[in-house]
Ligand binder design. Structure first.
Ligand SMILES: *[C@@H]1O[C@H](CO)[C@@H](O)[C@H](O)[C@H]1NC(C)=O
Ligand SMILES: *[C@@H]1O[C@H](CO)[C@@H](O)[C@H](O)[C@H]1NC(C)=O
Ligand SMILES: *[C@@H]1O[C@H](CO)[C@@H](O)[C@H](O)[C@H]1NC(C)=O
Length: 281
């Protein structure tokens, strides 16, 4: 059975901008959190030919983590009305088997007639998750939950928002600087990174502790896939992180979530999958 999200288009038209209504994307991320809580992926409006990936591997959704009920302690989502996609971060620290998960969902839009006139529907054509648990890079779901809940990721007032270009460029500069330390990264006066469950701002939250040293060359982060939300000044970049995993030097699944305020990076959350415990380091 296929479920679709529908909403009277006329009433919302005045509040909507971009290719994809924010309200529909918000319904979809709420449905995703419910689906993961209950372990019932059919709560989602999946397209008949939708694809499902965990850590870059395609599998049947019925065999995936999304078909397992998880106790979720905290979640946060980005809604990209331009690209018609979403990003969700889930921390399941008090689940029997703890997880921290990043998920991006890509949607197709379709106009459809309904009883009350024109309506817009979204269906999910792709779900991609970076799923981390024990043994992944500095994994500590308790630590992730602790620092995640202390950070402020509130909606940025309309007049103070950065453009999508600025937000995306900040993330690209950050990732580029790992392979070229001469790249100028727009860090905020204070910036902290939550890497797995380890926080760079434990001693001070008023300084920039996000700077990364240059990795051994050649080093280039490829396969970048973005979800941008200007309302919360955030972008997530799914990518292949080279070097770190001794078994996969060409790149291992990784995700970097960044919050940008007034052009400067304030928070970074990184998840990196290891094929052997601690990436063999
Ligand atoms: C699924 O089918 C739709 C409609 O035919 C098409 O537009 C879309 O590209 C397909 N998606 C995938 C992931 O194959
Ligand atoms: C997910 O986050 C939303 C918004 O903060 C919250 O209302 C909801 O209760 C959360 N759901 C779970 C299962 O934590
Ligand atoms: C995980 O993080 C919590 C909270 O910061 C900390 O108390 C705990 O010692 C950490 N566990 C490990 C194994 O590092």
């Amino acid at each position: 059975m296929i479920y679709t999200l529908a909403l009277a288009w006329l009433g919302l038209a005045s509040q909507v901008s971009g290719a994809c209504p924010r309200a529909l994307l918000q319904e979809a991320t709420a449905a995703y959190v419910s689906a993961q809580t209950s372990g019932k992926p059919l709560l989602l409006p999946l397209a008949p030919n939708s694809t499902y990936f965990e850590n870059d591997v395609s599998l049947s959704i019925s065999k995936g983590v999304l078909s397992t009920s998880l106790h979720i302690d905290i979640n946060r989502s980005l809604h990209d009305t331009t690209e018609c996609s979403t990003f969700t971060e889930l921390t399941a620290a008090t689940n029997k088997r703890p997880y921290v998960i990043h998920t991006r969902m890509l949607f197709s839009t379709a106009d459809a007639s309904s009883g009350s006139g024109s309506a817009e529907k979204l269906t999910i054509n792709t779900i991609q998750s970076v799923i981390t648990d024990e043994g992944d890079w500095v994994f500590n779901a308790t630590g992730h939950l602790y620092w995640f809940s202390l950070e402020k990721w509130d909606v940025i007032p309309a007049g103070k928002r950065d453009t999508r270009t600025t937000i995306k460029a900040a993330a690209d500069a950050y990732l580029d600087s790992w392979g070229d330390s001469s790249v100028k990264v727009p860090y905020g006066a204070s910036c902290a990174r939550l890497e797995g469950g380890a926080y760079t701002g434990t001693k001070t939250t008023t300084a920039n502790t996000c700077k990364m040293p240059q990795f051994p060359l050649p080093f280039k982060i490829a396969n970048r896939r973005y979800v941008v939300d200007e309302e919360v000044g955030a972008v997530d970049v799914f990518n292949d992180f080279p070097f770190i995993d001794k078994v996969r030097p060409e790149g291992t699944p990784s995700s970097n979530l960044l919050r940008v305020e007034g052009g400067g990076i304030r928070h970074v959350h990184e998840l990196t999958v290891c094929s052997t415990k601690g990436c063999g380091r």
